[in-house]
Design a protein around this ligand. Structure first.
Ligand code: SAM
Length: 212
């Protein structure tokens, strides 16, 4: 029997089922980007990390083994794969929990670094995901966003909007601009913006929460 996602978010039903296919297709093509993203987090040994939308845990092999922190996701199917991967790797200080990225059940200013790979265009309210990440980040924390963003200057035609609504309900939106996501936490300072693939459609954006 299929589990009804607590939020009613339709693409979670898809993520619950596609773990093996997701890993086979996305795993090999995303390794280099994950290496770059984890390097951008600049994690010191005693620091804590929040991984928002941890999925099946494809990032876990790229993290330092002793990393302290938490990975959250709303898909039970994806989390089961992440748990198996964590056990295999041996990451005793890294916890996994079912949690909505749009409404993190976590205290303010808890993490030294926050990583958001392929989540701000997947959750229904991307700006809200960034706002929550900013809230739980400590002053001075680094936040790394990896995702696909529609070019700021390029108009979005009606067919593009329609296709994005359909794809969003299924898996991910493709018409979100980074500026729209950033509007959720405009106090975050953009300190890096690298093009990763597809002519800059995929980007690695590094942000910093003001404070010491
Ligand atoms: C495209 S996958 C990315 C997974 C992983 N970050 C990666 O890079 O492989 C999107 C993930 O976001 C999760 N997700 C979608 N909406 C969410 C929400 N509201 N809260 C938490 N996780 C969510 C999905 O379950 C899925 O695992």
């Amino acid at each position: 029997m299929s589990r009804v996602p607590p939020t009613g978010q339709s693409n979670l039903r898809v993520y619950d089922r596609v773990g093996p296919l997701y890993d086979a297709v996305i795993g090999p093509v995303s390794r280099r980007a994950r290496d770059r993203a984890v390097a951008s987090l600049r994690l010191a040994p005693d620091e804590t990390l929040l991984l928002v939308g941890v999925g099946s845990g494809l990032d876990l092999p790229h993290l330092p083994r002793g990393v302290r922190g938490l990975g959250v996701d709303l898909s039970d199917g994806m989390l089961q794969r992440a748990r198996a991967r964590k056990e295999q790797l041996g990451m005793p200080n890294f916890e996994l929990r079912e949690m909505d990225a749009q409404d993190l059940a976590l205290p303010d200013a808890s993490f030294d670094a926050v990583y958001l790979p392929l989540i701000v265009t997947v959750a229904p309210d991307g700006p809200r995901v960034l706002a929550e990440a900013a809230r739980v980040a400590k002053p001075g924390a680094r936040l790394v966003v990896v995702d696909k963003f529609w070019p700021e200057e390029r108009p979005r035609s009606a067919p593009v909007r329609l296709a994005s609504r359909f794809l969003g309900a299924l898996a991910t939106h493709v018409d979100r601009r980074f500026s729209e996501i950033h509007a959720g936490a405009p106090h975050l300072e953009v300190v890096g913006d690298e093009h990763l693939a597809l002519g800059g459609f995929f980007r690695l954006v590094t942000l910093r929460k003001p404070g010491s």
